[in-house]
Ligand binder design. Structure first.
Ligand code: NOJ
Length: 547
C-alpha cells in the first residue's frame, strides 16, 4: 500500500467538480452477499473487485461497502474488534487497497462504513474495561437498581429486543473478572450485548475515531457511511422512557438515546477532518430522525454531506403520501442547502418489491418507484440486487438465520436475513455464480432467471431498465440537480413531476390511465400504448418524457 497516491484526489474520476455527491447514484454492497472469490460461501473484497465492471457498466458513480473490518460477526460485521484491520473472512488490507484503486481506475468512488456508536465486545478496549482497566470509562457502565443491583440501571430497550443493558462480572483486581454471579455493574448496548455502546464524552474515544477516519482516508476512500450517526450521545442522566416497545418509536420521536442534539458537534468535527483532504471526501449519516426538519440538521453546511431519507423508504405505495414525503424532504434539505438522499432498500429492511405487494404488482411498483426516485433532485442509493428486481426471501428456515434481531426479538417483525441472501450472477451453477461453494444463506431456485446473466441484453428486464435510467441520468445532468420539483395536474392516482425539459409520470393505480401525450418518451418501466394524441400509462408504471 502506498500512501502518496491516495491522499490526493484520484485524477481519472469523472465529475471532478467539488460537489460530485449532490446527485451521485451510489450502489450499496453488502460484503458477505455480493461475490465470493475464495469458495467459502461468504462474499469478500476480492469478489467485489472482480465484479466492479458490473457496477461501472450499470452506470453508478460510487459504491458503499458495508463493514469488512475484523469482527466476531455477531451483527454482520457491525461489531468491530479492530477498525484498521480487514477480517480474514473478507480478505487482507492489501485487498482493500486493491479494491479502492481498481474502483478509481473504473471511475467509481468508494465509501466505507464506520461504526462509531459501539465496538465489538471483543475489542481490546472492552476486554480491558471488563478487566477493570481505565478503558471502562470509554463505555457506559452503571450500577444496577434493586437491593443487590439486580435490575438494569434504566428501562431502555435494545433495538434488537430485550433490555439495552447486560450485567458484567466484578473485575477481580488481577486484570480478570470474577464469576458472573458475583454481579457487577451493567453496561449499555443499544443493539446486541456483543455491541457495547461507546461513551463519546470521553476524549480518547473521539481521538481514536479521528485516527481511524484518517487511516482509511489515507488509503484513498472517498467517504464514510456513518452507522447509527444519531446515537453517539445519550441524554444527561440517562432518564427512563416509561414506555415499552421502544424500537417502534425510533424515527418517530426523539428518544434519550437517539437524535440528541449533542451528536451534531461530533459531525462538525468530522466534517472539518474530511474537508482537510483533497477530492471532496464525504460523510453519509445513517440517522433516524422523527421529521424531515430534524434530519436536515445532519446535513447543515458544516456537518455531513448526505443523510439517508428513511421517510421515503418507509412511505407506502400511495401517491398522496409519496408526494407529501417528497415535498417535505426537498423543502427541509433545501432549507440548509443540502441535497436529499433517496433510498428504497438496504440490508436492514424488507426489499421494496415485497414491501410494495410482492408478486407481479410488487415488482411493477418497484420498477416504477426506481424511475420516480431517479427522477428526483439529489443523490440516490441502490441496494445490491435491486437492479435485478430481487424480492425478499421470506421462507428461510430458522436454522440458517444469522440476524441477531431474530434471536432477541422473537415474535417481532424486522428480521433482516431475507434481504441479505447472496445475489445471483448466473442462470445456473453453484450459488448462481455467487461463489464456487454454495452461499451462506440459500438462494431460491427461481433466482437463476433473475441473474445478471439472464437479464443482460434483455429489453425490458429490470437490469436493463436500471442501466438505461442511469444512462439517461448521465446524459441529462439536470435530472439529479436542483432542489425542487413542479407537480403538474394529472388524473387521480397519477404523479406528474416536471423539471427543466423533463417529466416523470407515475401511474400508481392498478389499471391503465389515459392522458394526452405530454412529450417524447425517454424510458418507461411499462409499455405505454399510444392512440390518437393520447397515451395509456400501464398500471403501476413510471415513464420519463422529454418535454
Ligand atoms: C445499522 C446497520 O445498518 C445495521 O445493520 C446494524 O445492525 C446497526 N446499525 C447496528 O450497528
Amino acid at each position: 500500500m502506498t500512501q502518496e497516491l491516495s491522499t490526493t484526489a484520484p485524477e481519472h474520476l469523472p465529475r471532478q467538480r467539488g460537489d460530485w455527491w449532490r446527485d451521485a447514484v451510489i450502489y450499496q454492497v453488502y460484503v458477505r452477499s455480493f461475490a465470493d472469490s475464495d469458495g467459502d460461501g461468504i462474499g469478500d473484497l476480492r469478489g467485489i473487485r472482480e465484479r466492479l465492471p458490473h457496477l461501472a457498466g450499470l452506470g453508478v458513480d460510487a459504491v458503499w461497502i458495508t463493514p469488512f473490518y475484523a469482527s466476531p460477526q455477531a451483527d454482520g460485521g457491525y461489531d468491530v474488534a479492530d477498525y484498521r484491520a480487514v477480517d480474514p473472512l473478507f480478505g487482507k488490507l492489501s485487498d482493500a487497497d486493491d479494491l479502492v484503486r481498481e474502483a478509481h481506475r473504473l471511475g467509481l468512488r468508494v465509501i466505507v462504513d464506520i461504526v462509531p456508536n459501539h465496538t465489538s465486545d471483543q475489542h481490546p478496549w472492552f476486554l480491558a474495561a471488563l478487566a477493570g482497566g481505565p478503558e471502562r470509562a470509554y463505555y457506559h457502565f452503571r450500577p444496577g437498581k434493586g437491593a443487590n443491583g439486580e435490575l438494569p440501571p434504566n428501562d431502555w430497550e435494545s433495538v434488537f429486543g430485550g433490555p439495552a443493558w447486560t450485567r458484567a462480572a466484578v473485575p477481580d483486581g488481577d486484570g480478570g473478572t470474577s464469576q458472573p454471579e458475583a454481579g457487577g455493574e451493567w453496561y449499555l448496548h443499544l443493539f446486541a450485548p456483543e455491541q457495547p455502546d461507546l461513551n463519546w464524552e470521553h476524549p480518547a474515544v473521539s481521538e481514536e475515531f479521528a485516527s481511524v477516519l484518517r487511516f482509511w482516508l489515507d488509503l484513498g476512500v472517498d467517504g464514510f457511511r456513518i452507522d447509527v450517526a444519531h446515537g453517539m450521545v445519550k441524554a444527561d442522566g440517562m432518564p427512563d422512557i416509561g414506555l415499552r416497545e421502544q424500537a417502534k418509536m425510533i424515527g418517530a420521536q426523539v428518544l434519550p438515546f437517539f437524535d440528541q442534539d449533542g451528536v451534531h458537534e461530533i459531525h462538525r468535527s468530522w466534517r472539518r477532518l474530511l474537508d482537510g483532504y483533497e477530492g471532496e471526501r464525504i460523510g453519509v449519516a445513517e440517522a433516524w430522525a422523527p421529521t424531515a426538519e430534524r434530519l436536515a440538521l445532519y446535513v447543515r453546511p458544516d456537518e455531513m454531506h448526505q443523510a439517508f431519507n428513511f421517510q421515503f423508504l418507509r412511505c407506502p405505495w400511495d401517491p398522496d403520501r409519496m408526494r407529501e414525503v417528497i415535498d417535505a424532504s426537498l423543502a427541509a434539505t433545501a432549507s440548509v442547502g443540502a441535497p436529499t438522499t433517496w433510498v428504497l432498500s438496504n440490508h436492514d429492511v424488507v426489499r421494496h418489491p415485497t414491501r410494495y405487494g410482492d408478486g407481479p404488482a410488487g415488482l411493477r411498483r418497484a420498477r416504477a418507484a426506481a424511475l420516480l426516485m431517479l427522477a428526483l433532485p439529489g443523490s440516490a442509493y441502490i441496494y445490491q440486487g435491486e437492479e435485478l428486481g430481487l424480492p425478499e426471501v421470506t421462507d428461510l428456515p430458522d436454522e440458517v438465520r444469522q440476524d441477531p434481531s431474530f434471536f432477541r426479538a422473537e415474535g417481532q417483525d424486522g428480521f433482516r436475513d431475507g434481504c441479505r441472501v447472496p445475489i445471483p450472477w448466473t442462470r445456473s451453477g453453484s450459488s448462481h455464480g455467487f461463489g464456487s461453494a454454495g452461499s451462506w444463506l440459500p438462494q431460491p431456485d427461481s433466482w437463476g432467471e433473475l441473474s445478471v446473466e439472464a437479464q443482460t441484453g434483455v429489453p425490458g428486464s429490470t437490469l436493463e431498465l436500471y442501466r438505461a435510467a442511469l444512462a439517461v441520468r448521465r446524459e441529462h445532468p439536470g435530472l439529479g440537480a436542483g432542489d425542487a420539483v413542479t407537480w403538474l395536474d394529472a388524473p387521480e392516482g397519477v404523479l406528474a413531476l416536471a423539471r427543466d425539459g423533463f417529466l416523470c409520470t407515475t401511474n400508481t393505480t392498478g389499471t391503465e390511465v389515459e392522458l394526452p401525450v405530454p412529450g417524447t418518451v425517454l424510458l418507461s418501466s411499462g409499455a405505454p400504448g399510444f392512440g390518437d394524441g393520447t397515451v395509456r400509462l400501464p398500471a403501476d408504471s413510471s415513464t420519463w418524457w422529454a418535454i
